[in-house]
Write a protein that binds this ligand. Structure first.
Ligand code: 13P
Ligand code: SF4
Length: 326
């Protein structure tokens, strides 16, 4: 989805980069000249991950955004992540290489619908997954990521009702681990629910010695058979430290690049997607909108810039800080 208040700035996106240029070298040179830093999520392309200053999962990226002292943060991820970086580091100029890089989870929770939903449970504490817009963050008491959702829910007094939004699958997983009943918003990640249960069963039969590990945004049918469930970073650590040599990884396939770096001698197989594509795996179409060309243009033109209005910024910051202090 295109963010309307920023639509006027995107004309430059059609500009091509100069002929014959070595994009990686040019980006690194310009980054230095402009005192910029490149932050990237594990789901963006290998090309971008290989030149980023910091690559991480949502929690690590939020923490990294907060402590940057550079003039410019180029956020190679999706819109809600760039917004989060701006909220946590308001003096930095935050750039997102493609404004169309949205998120199905964030889109599943429009502001007015969420206000109406909250009204039904006036006493509930609101915990929102970081994969939501800044407006939803501002309507929340706590933000969580897949790394700390269980800890955040456990930190809330037992007698309190909790609304958990927008990812229903993560919510059901947290419910199971904590034993707390949560009021769940009906959102889902198109990438994680796109993993095929039938094809995965067949793959597990073909590789009985492989360990299935999964991200908690996956459907319960996938999580029920996983030997380990965790955030993108936790899955990476698991592959690196596990004595096993063969893994099936049920999450976005971009993380395989880092897994192969830290465990070059292990066999790492992406879980199969319902619909076949070139990698027969599940890829986030929004994360893949980040390209080296767009990153070059973003740095060159210092556009598109992400801004958050003051009132939303203050509310969202409070909820983010409530998470970061846990
Ligand atoms: P984490 O980065 O917390 O693992 O979440 C995955 C994701 O879907 C990010 O959009
Ligand atoms: Fe959103 Fe899913 Fe893509 Fe993450 S992987 S940005 S949750 S659509």
């Amino acid at each position: 989805m295109l963010f309307e208040n920023e639509i006027s700035k995107v004309g430059y996106l059609s500009r091509s980069v100069p002929d014959g240029i070595n994009l990686k070298e040019a980006i690194l040179k310009m980054k230095k000249e402009k005192n910029a830093v490149i932050l990237a999520h594990y789901y963006v392309s290998e090309d971008i991950q290989s030149i980023a200053d910091f690559v991480g999962d949502s929690l690590a990226l939020a923490q990294a955004s907060k402590k940057q002292s550079s003039n410019i943060i180029v956020f190679c991820g999706v819109h809600f992540m760039a917004e989060t970086a701006k909220i946590l580091n308001p003096t930095a100029k935050v750039l997102l290489p493609d404004l169309n890089a949205g998120c199905s989870l964030a889109d599943s929770a429009p502001e007015q619908a969420f206000i109406d939903f909250k009204k039904q449970y006036p006493d509930a504490v609101v915990v929102s997954y970081i994969n939501c817009s800044s407006e939803i963050k501002a309507l929340s008491d706590y933000i969580c990521t897949s790394s700390n959702a269980v800890d955040v829910v456990n930190a809330i007094p037992k007698e309190k009702q909790i609304i958990f939004a927008p990812d229903k699958n993560l919510g059901m997983y947290v419910q199971k681990v904590t034993g707390r009943e949560l009021i769940l918003w009906e959102g889902a990640c198109v990438v994680h629910v796109n993993i095929s249960n039938d094809k995965l069963n067949a793959l597990m039969l073909a590789h009985p010695d492989a360990v299935l590990i999964a991200h908690p945004e996956c459907l319960p049918s996938i999580l029920d058979k996983a030997a380990f469930i965790g955030s993108t970073k936790a899955l990476l650590n698991f592959v690196q430290t596990s004595p096993n040599n063969k893994f099936i990884v049920a999450t976005e396939a971009g993380i395989l690049y880092q897994m192969k770096q830290v465990a070059p001698n292990k066999l790492i197989i992406p879980a199969p997607a319902l619909e076949s594509n070139s990698c027969a795996c599940s890829e986030c179409p929004y994360m893949k909108m980040n390209t080296l060309e767009k990153l070059y243009n973003a740095l060159y033109y210092e556009l598109p810039e992400i801004n958050v209005n003051e009132k939303t910024q203050a509310g969202a910051l409070k909820a983010l800080n409530n998470m970061l202090s846990i």
